[in-house]
Design a protein around this ligand. Sequence first.
Ligand code: GTP
Ligand code: MG
Length: 349
Amino acid sequence: MIMHLMKLGVMASINQRLDYETLQAISNQFGFEAVRKLTLEEQILQDEPDDATNLLSRSPVITIMGHVDHGKTSLLDAIRQSNVMDTEAGQITQHIGAYHVELESGSVVFLDTPGHAAFTAMRARGAQVTDIVVLVVAADDGVMPQTVEALNHAKAAGVPILVVLNKMDVESARPDHVKRQLAEYDLVPEEWGGQTIFVEISAKERIGIEELLEMLLLEAELLELSANPNKPARGTVAEAKLDKGRGPVATVLVQNGTLRVGDVFVAGRYNGKVRAMINDRGHHVKNAPPSTPVEVLGFTGVPEAGDQFFVVGSERDAKALSEFRQAQHRATQLGPQSRVSIQEGDIKE
Ligand code: GTP
Ligand code: MG
């Protein structure tokens, strides 16, 4: 074996650990097939691919991005006002960092990220939560540094961008100039033969909001977003905090499956059991289907934005996995000079 390894350019000693690809190559030469053993994590989190017959369409999840003062918050406010549900009882939408808007023709979920930092942090952790990015550009100000930053983030994540030219009510609005600027970043409007949808609005005067929402639904239709509501939930933590009275609380976006009160879960280094769920209207709910943002109570600790959230079969599995992850986390906290290396076998079940 050592000789074969040498031929592959690997100078191995007798008790060396080999990576899977090398092992595969070596075992093939001896007529064996190497089969990778699932890690504890993989065993617990195994997910059967969804059969097309189990998939139902789901609402798109949208993130609004753009330069400072270009009108992101104003746009969200305007959108909230076109929410048919908000006309009932005049309730104030509880701020849970995400909310959904019901329209005649469908519903849309908005992730109210406080900024690009959150988006970047989530993406760095491998969290892909957004289906479409709405890039807000003030028509009187044009492309600014954070506009470029935002469009680069969206492109890197492979997320379609819909451009909103805001502040069209302002005298000095120059939409064509902004379109030319954006065309330099490959965001070419459809009317110029490009592929990018541009919607001209005034968040302040509430002009063009309905059209924007319709465009988002159209764009979402093209993406054929779907999920299987009939299985244990998976999602992503959008934000989390320690609440004085209620303990750790996290806003979770359910992306697949249905989350139910009583479900046992793992999120990042922590586990828990769903004690209560509160939706974006501040109402307690018993279950949350795909593309639903909910506030979840029942965590053993405060997870981080971008942590994956998984429902698991048993409390024992949930505990074992979170203990393993915490041990791993402690080891990395000790720094690279530390000799501690955590192997799965180190954790007693
Ligand atoms: P940050 O959160 O600081 O990045 O800003 P933002 O992008 O959320 O912008 P915000 O909605 O706070 O709007 C900034 C300013 O622009 C406010 O004074 C708004 O009233 C104003 N504004 C937003 N939309 C419009 C619009 O359509 N027309 C006009 N005239 N003013 C607008
Ligand atoms: Mg704002």
